[in-house]
Design a binder for this molecule. Structure first.
Ligand code: AHG
Ligand code: MN
Ligand code: MN
Length: 408
């Protein structure tokens, strides 16, 4: 019998090469699995033995097979898999891809800000009375352009726009996207971490809103506001991109939290963490303590306790970047609590419900944590205006619950 070689072996469709156990080549036989070939002397009276594994052995081979170190999952292929599995539809896949493109573009602008004279203020004030940085304005344009070009967004609402904008170019999907194009922009000129935050809703005409203050707006603008004012509970997807020592894209589609790191070698986001779970507790707090004297006494007591838990306990560590995305990302991975409380000057705190607090709360809940305004779940709050601010306490479940006890 002629010795079979890899090239002249023929298999029926029910047998794959992983199930072929032994073949001989030049008097040496090989035990073959899909990923390993072990040389072994084989003499069956000079005859070559070729056999297939029993079913159980074949299963063993499949179980032990190793993943190739060259196998990477990109954000694009991951999104397509989600689409195949019915988690999202094709239109949402396109919206998310266009957001990831916007983030790459913003990252490059942030990295080159000093070189291309994009540091400093723009000279205008946004709808919330904040000085806009040049990069706030440019990032808003980049985000809006990418979303419009996707052709799948009906309405977009941004921190940097007075009112939500209807997208005329939309021809399918009509998703509503809320975003903070550049979060932590006060850090830009010092090259400290910043980010972009987004949330995606489907259109909702049932959303109730007191339109008293909007009588100056036309019908289209009113329809936009009504559609955008949805509680975080309705979010279909939320995420953020952090521009830091690495560029990290964190995303939830309501089935866990996934993190992708940009590989600068090929300009693609690569899946680096699956199903992120925030630690149940963590001894790090992130508050702007410069506002301590303006806080409620109950909050002061809570913070005092973190710093001085008594003879038995070790004080918590303070970490505060002043960029929600950066502070939140650390909290998600290490555990602890991030807070932006209301104070005597800012009765509702500083952070915006729609495009900061709700998306981050959706993410943290998907990771097993909590997002609260001190009294209630952030995702349950029905917005009554676009740029509405709410206090935010977010992070490890035990830490947020401990704070809620102090505030109750
Ligand atoms: P933005 O740059 O989008 O206006 O947001 C800034 C926010 C948030 O990122 C950060 O946590 C907080 O402002 C910091 O505020 P303070 O400087 O008052 O601490
Ligand atoms: Mn922000
Ligand atoms: Mn911003």
């Amino acid at each position: 019998m002629a010795a079979p070689t890899a090239s002249n072996l023929s298999f029926s469709s029910s047998y794959s090469i992983s199930r072929l156990s032994l073949f001989q080549h030049k008097k040496t036989s090989f035990l073959c699995t899909k990923n390993s070939i072990i040389k072994r002397k084989c003499r069956h009276g000079g005859a070559v033995k070729c056999m297939v594994l029993e079913k159980s052995s074949a299963a063993e081979v499949t179980r032990t097979k190793k993943q190739s170190v060259y196998k990477l999952q990109t954000l694009t292929s991951w999104l397509l898999k989600q689409e195949q599995d019915g988690v999202i539809d094709a239109e949402l896949t396109i919206v998310l891809s266009s957001i990831s493109m916007a983030c790459k573009q913003i990252a490059s602008l942030v990295q080159r800000a000093g070189i291309s004279k994009l540091t400093g203020v723009h000279g205008a004030v946004n709808a919330q009375g904040e000085d806009q940085k040049k990069l706030d304005v440019v990032s808003n344009e980049v985000f809006s352009n990418c979303l419009r070009a996707s052709g799948r967004t009906g309405i977009i609402a941004s921190e940097e726009e007075d009112v939500p904008v209807a997208v005329e170019e939309s021809y399918y999907g009509n998703y509503i996207v809320v975003f903070d194009p550049l979060d932590g922009s006060s850090n830009i000129d010092a090259a400290v971490s910043t980010g972009s935050i987004f949330g995606i809703y489907s259109p909702n005409d049932d959303c109730l809103l007191d339109l008293d203050d909007t009588t100056m707006l036309d019908n289209v603008e009113q329809r936009c506001i009504v559609n955008v004012c949805q509680p975080g509970n309705n979010l279909l997807a939320a995420g953020y991109c952090m521009y830091s020592s690495s560029m990290i894209f964190v995303l939830t589609l309501g089935n866990g939290v996934f993190s992708f790191t940009l590989d600068p070698m090929f300009g693609e986001f690569i899946l680096t963490q699956e199903n992120i779970q925030i630690p149940k507790a963590g001894r790090i707090y992130a508050f702007n303590e410069g506002n301590y004297r303006l806080w409620d006494d109950r909050l002061k007591k809570y913070i005092d306790n973190l710093k001085d838990p008594g003879p038995s306990g070790k004080p918590y560590s303070a970490r505060y970047i002043g960029s929600l995305v950066g502070d939140f990302h650390r909290t998600l991975l290490y555990g602890g609590i991030y807070g932006y409380p209301r104070d005597k000057k800012n009765r509702n705190g500083k952070l915006r419900l729609l495009y900061e607090c709700a998306p981050m709360s959706f993410i943290v809940e998907q990771a097993g944590g909590k997002g609260s305004d001190g009294l209630q779940r952030i995702l349950d709050i029905q917005p009554v205006e676009i740029h509405q601010r709410v206090p935010l306490y977010i992070g490890s479940t035990e830490e947020v619950e401990k704070l809620e006890k102090y505030l109750s």
